[in-house]
Ligand binder design. Structure first.
Ligand code: ADP
Ligand code: MG
Length: 768
């Protein structure tokens, strides 16, 4: 080894220190070379240049024609790893590892698999009795012997020792010096000391340094200059196995228990606080309500314009408007009804299967999913749901099937289809849970319904929405027929003013006038034939006897017939009269007790939730929560920002505290030739460890313990509990908050480690 014009200049605040000043030296391949000199003369600086743990300002260190500081980092790391064994005054053992592991470490970095040499060197330096001790529990003489063993074990070509006996008593000094002397038989050992006696007793060559220059170079034993036959040197970059990294990680966590506990506390607290803050700050009723529906399986939004007692309804015209506005496909029109499935003598035990059909749902556009049969096409057909069928089966022992007849309001209807609902999903849910129960009830709007083309059975029959707004059952009493008309009942359809019915006119004209008594009307062919022609009465006016939806009130209208249209035979009506709606309008509005079901996947979900009157029971709670959240939004934003700042500050503090403790270890590994990334890996693994354990911990606390505390001690009334549920499901995710903590922790840690590694190993070790 040769050094040429080696110079190291330190810049301090006040001056430039020339620690090494253009030094030239040639070292032999073996022998014990002492470097002596007063304190501050530059010995350590020289040593650090030789060992590759610091970088010279100028000049070269040449080993076998390879210039060490030529900018090739890989080569420098390899040099540190395989060519040189280092012994420091203060030992620099890795505290996380025991004696044996410390000594074995360089071998692992050299990817050697035979560790028998470890025991050999342990025997050689005579520390067999402390082989498995922790390194902070042994004496300083033993520590230095461990350090020597660690330098010896890799069988490097050169051993450099900076004041190896500086902290030792005379007995231990002697042991160490004897060891170094023995080692120097077949390799170069360079030792720094200010112990002149030792130098003269043991040294083969003594170099004296003063003010960064060689003052004296004294060869005691010329035989050390005889060239040795040595293998061609190769620098091998260190490798750390994953197992080794895991060990580092494990030891790191163990030796930083306080840090681990602090992180776990953060991991538990921050998701709770963060989620609470986010829950209030970002509470959006549509999102929250949607989540509730997803989570508990509530499939519909129920809309109503007016709420009067139990009757919630839209006018039929409004229904048409909503269809246009929100896309008809996900919208259903529903009417209350009451159709017992079984007679009351049956023992009604099972509360899951309701023995009553509650609603009539219109399904003009086949919006439902038929598992069997088809949507009703005539007015004498209805479809039922699989739930209704199952309810029937539950009490009667056999399900309703296609072809059965069902009595609704005194009329019989043929079952033409069975609609597939997802009611089975509630069979395995806990219906004692209030939220589940509520969602189930909301779904029952469809589950226990019959599907029909008519609007409300009170009112009779409804035709295609586009042509007829409402149909009303009227008794038609043609004038001059007397007491026994051929057709006593006809269906009167009230047409929208805007659109004429697209029926084909057989005779006469479409509706002409629309106001006052004597409004025009159109008669169906059938009605005309039955009433008018068969009785040979050529009159064009007749009267209608009307009933309101409750069948209470009669009203007689005098109608002028303007034309005859072809019968709508598939509706099975024996007589039809079409009149314009202006005349009937008010009554029609009141008759149509329509509510609206919107399936939750309607693409206008958010808009519907925010602008229409939603009457789902669950919505009451969601809205109450929304109101509370709205009033505290601003404060919550402030807290949120504070929380994020706290996370960052926490991460920085805890990381820098840890790294202060870790610095030396990092420096030691670095001086062994380990490069930056492998140094970071244990911290990365540590973070992964916290991710796994922390996530499980925070999950348990946030999902179970915290809600339990809240609903047991804070929100005590059942109304409050339900509101809390909506608040709870609006939470952002635990995972999100954990991810923030980990990301911040990780970024700050990596940044810090990288900043540390920008220095030279010796600067890190000495914490400069
Ligand atoms: P020795 O080991 O012989 O006691 P050093 O090599 O440690 O001496 O130091 C030589 C000179 O360089 C001293 O004046 C010391 O103060 C200075 N020095 C060493 N390291 C640094 C440093 N990192 N920054 C500034 N000055 C330094
Ligand atoms: Mg020194």
């Amino acid at each position: 080894m040769e050094i040429k014009q080696l110079t190291k200049t330190y810049k301090t605040e006040y001056e430039l220190i020339h620690a090494l000043n253009h030094i030239d030296l040639v070292f032999p391949q073996k022998g014990l070379v002492f470097i002596v000199g007063v304190s501050g003369s530059g010995k350590s600086t020289l040593m650090n240049m030789l060992s590759g743990v610091d970088v010279p300002t100028s000049g070269e260190v040449i080993i076998d024609d390879i210039s060490l500081y030529n900018g090739n980092k890989k080569q420098l790391f390899g040099y540190r790893n395989s060519y040189v064994g280092l012994i420091f005054q203060d030992y620099n053992l890795i505290e996380d590892l025991n004696v044996y592991e410390n000594i074995k470490l360089p071998l692992e970095f050299l990817h050697q698999e035979d560790f028998s040499i470890v025991d050999e060197v342990i025997k050689k330096v005579d520390i067999e009795d402390i082989k498995y001790s922790q390194v902070d529990q042994i004496s300083s003489g033993q520590m230095q012997r461990v350090a020597i063993a660690r330098a010896l074990v890799k069988n490097s070509a050169m051993i450099l020792a900076d004041e190896p006996t500086g902290n030792l008593d005379s007995k231990n000094t002697r042991i160490v010096m004897d060891l170094l002397k023995e080692i120097s038989q077949d390799r170069l050992v360079v030792v720094i000391t200010h112990d002149d006696d030792a130098a003269h007793e043991y040294g083969d060559r003594i170099i004296e340094i003063e003010d960064g220059k060689v003052l004296d170079d004294h060869l005691v034993d010329p035989s050390i200059n005889e060239p040795m036959v040595k293998e061609k040197i190769s620098f091998s970059k260190p490798i750390i196995t994953f197992k080794q990294q895991l060990l580092f990680t494990f030891r790191f966590i163990r030796s930083n228990l306080a840090r681990s506990i602090a992180i776990f506390i953060m991991l538990i607290l921050i998701p709770i606080i963060g989620n609470v803050l986010c829950g209030y700050a970002f509470f959006d009723i549509a999102t929250s309500f949607h989540r509730y529906q997803d989570e508990y399986g509530s499939n519909y939004i129920e809309l109503a314009d007016n709420i009067k007692g139990y009757s919630t309804y839209y006018s039929v015209d409004d229904y048409g408007d909503l269809l246009d506005k929100y896309g008809g496909e996900n919208i259903l029109e529903i009417y209350n009804t009451y159709v017992p499935l079984v007679n009351s003598s049956v023992d009604l035990e099972d509360s899951f299967y309701a023995p009553v059909i509650r609603n009539i749902v219109t399904d003009d556009y086949e919006r439902l999913n038929y598992q069997e049969g088809h949507a009703p096409v005539s007015l004498t057909e209805v479809a039922i749901t699989d739930y209704v069928s199952a309810c029937y089966e539950n009490y009667v022992g056999r399900p309703y099937v296609i072809g059965d007849r069902i009595n609704i309001g005194g009329r019989y209807y043929d079952i033409c289809g069975i609609v597939d609902t997802d009611y089975e999903k509630f069979l395995n849910k806990n219906l004692n849970d209030q939220m589940v129960q509520m969602a189930f009830q909301e779904n029952l709007q469809l589950y226990n319904a019959v599907i029909s083309n008519f609007v409300g059975y009170h009112n009779g029959i409804k035709l295609n929405m586009n042509y007829f707004v409402e149909t009303i059952n009227y008794t038609v009493t043609p004038r001059n027929i007397g007491d026994d008309p051929v057709v006593k009942e006809a269906t009167v359809m009230v047409q929208k003013l805007s659109a004429a019915p697209t029926v084909s006119i057989v005779q006469g004209s479409r509706l002409t006038s629309s106001s006052g008594s004597g409004s025009s009307a159109m008669l169906s062919q059938n009605l005309w034939q039955n009433i008018m022609e068969e009785n040979e009465i050529k009159v064009n006016s007749f009267s209608l006897s009307c009933m309101n939806s409750y069948g209470q009130r009669n009203r007689y209208l005098s109608i002028y017939a303007s034309g005859i249209f072809r019968d709508l035979s598939n509706y099975g009506i024996d007589g039809t009269v079409i009149v314009k709606d202006q005349y009937f309008r008010t009554r029609v509005d009141k008759m149509a007790m329509c509510r609206i079901l919107v399936q939750k996947d309607n693409i206008f979900y958010d808009k519907i939730i925010k602008t229409e009157k939603v009457v789902n029971p669950s919505f009451t709670y969601a809205k109450a929560t929304w109101t509370k959240a709205d009033s505290s939004k601003f404060v919550m934003y402030e807290f949120l920002i504070t929380l994020l700042i706290i996370i960052v500050v926490f991460a920085v503090i805890i990381n820098s505290m840890t790294l202060n403790a870790e610095k030396k270890k990092i420096g030691i590994k670095y001086s062994f030739g380990i490069s930056k990334f492998p140094i970071i890996v244990p911290y990365l693994l540590e973070t992964i460890f916290y991710v796994i354990v922390g996530f499980i911990l925070s999950l348990v606390v946030v999902q179970f313990i915290f809600p339990w505390i809240m609903t047991t001690f804070v929100y005590t009334s059942s109304q409050e509990v339900m509101e809390y549920q909506f608040f709870y499901i609006s939470w952002s995710s635990i995972l999100g908050w954990d991810a923030i903590i980990y990301a911040v922790m990780f970024i700050s840690l990596i940044t810090m480690v990288l900043t540390i590694c920008r220095k030279s190993p010796i600067e890190i070790i000495k914490d400069l």
